[in-house]
Design a protein around this ligand. Structure first.
Ligand code: SF4
Length: 363
């Protein structure tokens, strides 16, 4: 019997690598090759909760697999459902860290907002996750595993779109996000189309460049939130490291259309002059702008811009020739803002500042 500690996590490698490990394993135990595809399908595409549940395999083989490999789960510590159908999950990880995932149904789509880090070091002033500080990067399995758990849910939640807009800054954990993107997109993985997967960043340049180098058409969203360096520095300390002009330049050379995310903070970033500045930035890199109503309770010390005022702000942008959408506020009756549920359940921890490039994990 293999030692528990030596079991290989088949879910923490790309489907291609998992196939290699399984081919080698089945050769070693003298089993036919078709078993490889049988197991591979049960990792992501039609996931099994355990080897024991793979009843299409002989019992003895399931036990041999279980001795050699592990198929870890993310444990659901809390689950809240909003009247509008938005559902929020708090997952407990093996080391007791907790992360959040939000499923947002809209017509025939379900968008899953996933986390890439436990906590976040970047301390954006309006963000509950930033207020709790950084704990650690997630592994590829912990990132893609959030989607796997939706397929394992009873009844399954049929996720069609993924946004990296949960806890953490994905580009600060690029090495793991890079692998997780393959797990999400690969037809032998979760098989979700690259155009349906959006990576959202505050503008961490090495990550934007690395994403641009991938062949697949993954989408890029940039959290702008303030249209000039002075205000952006106040709201988002990372702007000191990656100022707006550099972020816009990176968006210009990114070979696909970019979306700007702009959270509407009452009396802070919602004046007419801000709309004009934002319009200029968006036109510079042909970006589409998403205006996001502030989630009530999501940010201490800020108040939401009124719906009328958001509409007027959107009109200003359109008058400047910018394409804009106002996002629906979802899950307002549950703690659906990023990091809010975890803060509610586990309390805040002292924030830790980003350690410049040391924290940027680009391959
Ligand atoms: S908005 Fe994103 S980058 Fe900023 S503190 Fe929150 S999780 Fe981190």
């Amino acid at each position: 019997m293999t030692d528990e500690n030596q079991r290989i996590n088949l879910l923490n490698m790309t489907p291609h690598a998992a196939r290699g490990a399984l081919v080698e394993f089945f050769e070693r135990v003298g089993q036919p090759r078709y078993r490889v595809d049988q197991v591979l399908r049960r990792l992501w595409l039609n996931p099994a909760p355990s080897f024991e549940a793979m009843t299409e395999l002989p019992k003895a083989l399931r036990e041999t697999l279980d001795a050699a490999f592990e198929l870890p789960r993310l444990a659901i510590a809390a689950r809240q459902k909003s009247a509008d159908g938005t559902e929020k999950f708090l997952f407990r990880l093996a080391d007791n860290e907790a992360i959040e995932t939000v499923a947002i149904p809209d017509g025939d789509r379900v968008t899953l907002c996933i986390s890439s880090q436990a906590g976040c070091a970047l301390q954006c002033a309006f963000c509950a996750t930033g207020a709790m500080g950084f704990s650690r990067n997630l592994t590829p399995f912990e990132i893609a595993g959030q989607v796997r758990e939706m397929r394992l849910s009873d009844p399954p939640i049929p996720v069609t779109n993924i946004v990296f807009m949960g806890m953490g800054e994905p580009m600060m954990n690029w090495k793991a996000v890079d692998v997780a993107l393959t797990m999400l997109n690969d037809p032998a993985g979760l098989g979700i189309g690259a155009r349906h997967i959006t990576i959202s960043t505050v503008g961490v340049l090495p990550g934007i460049i690395a994403l641009g180098q991938r062949q697949e058409q993954f989408r890029l969203a940039i959290s702008i939130h303030a249209p000039n360096d002075g205000l952006r520095q106040e709201l988002m300390p990372i702007n000191t490291r990656y100022p707006l002009a550099q972020v816009i330049d990176a968006a210009k050379v990114f070979d696909r259309r970019v979306t700007f995310e702009y959270v509407m903070l009452g009396g802070v970033n919602d004046r007419e002059e801000h709309a004009l500045q934002l319009a200029k930035l968006a036109k510079d890199c042909r970006a589409f702008v998403n205006l996001i109503p502030l989630h009530p309770g999501g940010a201490r010390g800020f108040s939401p811009t009124s719906p009328d005022h958001i509409r007027a702000f959107a009109r200003e942008l359109r008058a400047e020739g910018v394409e804009v959408a106002v996002r629906k506020s979802r899950g307002v009756d549950i703690a659906a803002a990023c990091g809010q549920l975890r803060v509610e359940r586990l309390g805040r921890r002292p924030p830790r500042r980003a350690q410049h490039d040391d924290d940027v994990q680009v391959a």
